[in-house]
Design a protein around this ligand. Structure first.
Ligand SMILES: [Zn+2]
Length: 122
C-alpha cells in the first residue's frame, strides 16, 4: 500500500499550519499600515484563517469521538482508527476495522489477548 499517515494526524497538521498561515498573513498586513483598507483585508484574512483552523480543530474533536480506540498490535500503544482503514499514530502500522479487508494473520494479532492485557497494566 502507498504510504499515508494517520488521518487525524494529517488534519491536525493542516489545522496547525492554518494558524501559522493566519499569523503570517496578519504579520504581512503590518507592512501595509499606510493603507487602512489593505491592512484590514490582511487582518481579516488572518483572522479568518485562524477561525478556520479552530473549526478544523473542532471537526477533529468530532471525528475523534467517531474514531474507534484500539490497541496497536505492532507497538502496543493505544491509537484511533478513523474510517475503514487507518494507520497507527505511533508506528504507522496499517489498521482496519473491516473484516473483509483484514488479513487472517493481522486479525489474529489484533485480537491477541496478551497484547491488551499487557497494556492495561501500564
Ligand atoms: Zn503502532
Amino acid at each position: 500500500m502507498a504510504k499515508y499517515s494517520s488521518k487525524i494526524n494529517k488534519i491536525r497538521t493542516f489545522a496547525l499550519s492554518l494558524v501559522f498561515v493566519g499569523f503570517i498573513i496578519m504579520y504581512v498586513g503590518i507592512f501595509f499600515r499606510s493603507s487602512v483598507l489593505l491592512m484590514s483585508v490582511f487582518m481579516l484574512l488572518g483572522v479568518l484563517s485562524i477561525m478556520l483552523s479552530t473549526a478544523v480543530y473542532f471537526w477533529i474533536g468530532m471525528l475523534s469521538t467517531k474514531a474507534v480506540k484500539v490497541i496497536c498490535p505492532n507497538c502496543e500503544k493505544p491509537t484511533k482508527v478513523l474510517g475503514r482503514v487507518d494507520m497507527c499514530m505511533h508506528c504507522r502500522e496499517p489498521l482496519t476495522l473491516d473484516k473483509n479487508l483484514e488479513g487472517k494473520e493481522f486479525d489474529e494479532s489484533y485480537n491477541r489477548k496478551s497484547v491488551r492485557q499487557a497494556l492495561k497494566q501500564k
